[in-house]
Structures are given as structure tokens and as C-alpha cells.
Design a protein around this ligand. Sequence first.
Ligand code: SF4
Length: 403
Amino acid sequence: MALTHWQAGHRQVLVSHKPGAITVSLTESELVTYDLAGRFLGAYDHGTNIRRGLDNTFQKRWRVGAQDGQHLRQSNLTAPEANTYLEGLRVRVAGLLEDQAAAQSHPATAQALKRAVGFTYDRLVTDAATFTGLYGHIPILPPDQYRALVVQATDGCSYNRCTFCTLYRDKTYQVRSAEDFRRHLEAVLGFMGRGLSYRISLFLGDANAIAIPTPRLVEIMHILHDTALLRPILERGGIHAFLDIYTGMHKSAADYRRLHALGLRRVSLGVESGSEALLSYVQKPVTRQDMVSVMTNLKNGGLAVVVIFMVGLGGSTYRDVHLTESAALVETLPLSKGDVIYLSQFTPDPQAPYRPLAAESGLQDMTSDEISRETKRWKGVLEGRIAVKGVKVAPYSFQRFIY
Ligand code: SF4
């Protein structure tokens, strides 16, 4: 990280250059970060964090004190609020460039700040429309991939029947042809511009891109490697993707070894639970044996894995069996150093079939406080069951995802 500073009137301008982003200290308790294209990425403002997604969502997070400790709160800014906030920042950052002589002594910093000032709120709105035209929406990524460059080799989810999930209900699953993928990739790179340097890995979307037949996947990976602009990203973070257990069963260790040789590093599996009864209840019926078999092939192919469990799924009705059988599954998985288990806190989507089905079957939901406590219980139990060192168990909230 490099620091530049100069005097602007009574103020010292302090800008830190990180790989792919610059952060400006507006005051001791106000920092604002932009990507190198000038897009607002986020800010810290007197204890409140504000982050922007490429779809122009402005998400605000802050902590409040309570008897049992600090709680994180979150809301989205309305469009007028976001407009006022962003324009206020722009005026202040423009003010830092007023002393031309000082700014000219730090030309790279001044250029980066000028690009940020050039991104008006209206321009961000247009930028977001381009993003949506390119991607539709990106509803989820594994937490370690929030800074990935997403490129969609497929659209939607090939399964799309889990009762709790609405992430891809509006999309018809399709695999892009090589030609279509090339066009998409070119458009993505054009859209990102200098902002590409903020991205530290490549994520092959959407929900289960590894479901693509291996020869076509190999073709896609060659297209990625033939793209010069992607080289730094591929070298730094490699290629990542989601995989569901059903399609994972159609590939062998030799397939995964081939993909690993082409840069695939880690695959994220939405396992949700080790309880076959619960998986069947939410219409994601796979056996523990299937999961072990898919993960063994992935590991034999040289890949790292992310295993995602959904804490709170099945409410208090399934509370104990969900944890007990997930812990039993973890004991049998061939996990190794660098693998991650994420504990996603379940929040039923009102639009998903899960809710009416739960009401019909008399299932007892858990409150969000109960799920928070349950997540701590899961973390303790799973950490005690993992036999190897270097496998992380980390809770995360899907609601905080922003791309
Ligand atoms: S949970 Fe995963 S496999 Fe199930 S419908 Fe959603 S994206 Fe598809």
C-alpha cells in the first residue's frame, strides 16, 4: 500500500493506494474508497459502513449496543438518499483537487480522484443499468468470492427445485455457447474497465457452472486463459464455481484433475444439511454417501472445497437432527487444509414455497435470535469434529451479500 498526501487549504489530503482501489481520508473518522475506474465502492462514516453494489444498491451497516452485546443492523439507502450521499461526497472530493499545483505533484492520485469525481450519481445509475443488462442479477456468491470477477458460463440453476430457494426462479437454465460466452466476457471486461483491477479471482456463474459437460468447460477455460486482461486475476486467485451434488456425481476425479490443471481452484457446495430427512423435506434429496463421493472425487482431482450448511433450515422441528447429522457428515468428509465450512443463517424468503409448506406441515420456525445462538452451537460442535488442522468454520449472513 502506498500513501500520498498534500495540503488542501487547512486540510491534509491523505490517499492510500491499495491494489485495485484508492481510499481517501476525508476526516479522521471518514474514509471513502473507489475502484480505479472511479466507481464508489464504500465508505466508513463515523461508525457506519456504506457499500455500493454494481447494481447501485447502497447498503448501510452499523452496530447498536444491547444488554447482550453489540448487534449489527443493516438497511439499504433509498435512491434519493443514495443520490444525496454520493453527490455530497463528490463535492468534498472535488474540493481536495482545488489546489492544482499540489494535485499536479501527485498526478496518479489526482487522476484517480478526478475519475471518482466524474462518476456522478446519474452516471452510476446508467452504469448499473449496463451491469444488469450484462448479468441479470448476481444473487449470491460464497463469502470468499465477493471480490471475484463473475463471468456467466451458464444462466440460472440446472435444478431450481429446492423449496427454500428463489435465487434463480426467474431464469431458465441454459449453457452459453462458446461464441456467446466470448461475447459476454468481452462485454464484462468493457464494463469493468479499470475497475477490473479490484477483482482478485474469477467466479464462473451461475449456480452450478461445473454442471457443464467437461469438454465444453475445458473450452471455456481455454477462452479465459487466452484473454490477456484476465491473466493477473487468474494468476492471483484462480477460478472458482458453485457445484451441486447431483451434477457433481456426473464427473470423475479425472475430470476435476483436468479442470484443476486449467486453473479451477475451489468449488463451493451448497450442502445445506447432513440430514437426509431434512434434505428430502426441502426437496433437495441427496444422500450423505453421494456427498462424500462427490467431495472425494473433487479432492482427488486436487481441488479445495467450500461446504455451506444452512443453519435454521427446518426450524426447531429439525434443529437437533440437522446439527447431529451434519456433524456426522463433516467427520466423514475428506477435508484438508484450506477448505472452508460456511454456516449460512437461514432467513425464509416469503416468495419461496418453503413457508406455505412449513405452515401446512406444522413445522416450528426459529427466530433470528435463536438462529444466531444456534450458529454459535454449530461452530463449536463442527470445530470439535474436524480431524485436520487448517479447515475454517465461519458463520456468514447471505443478507449482507452485495456485488
Ligand atoms: S439451492 Fe442451489 S441447487 Fe437448490 S434451487 Fe437454489 S441454486 Fe439451485
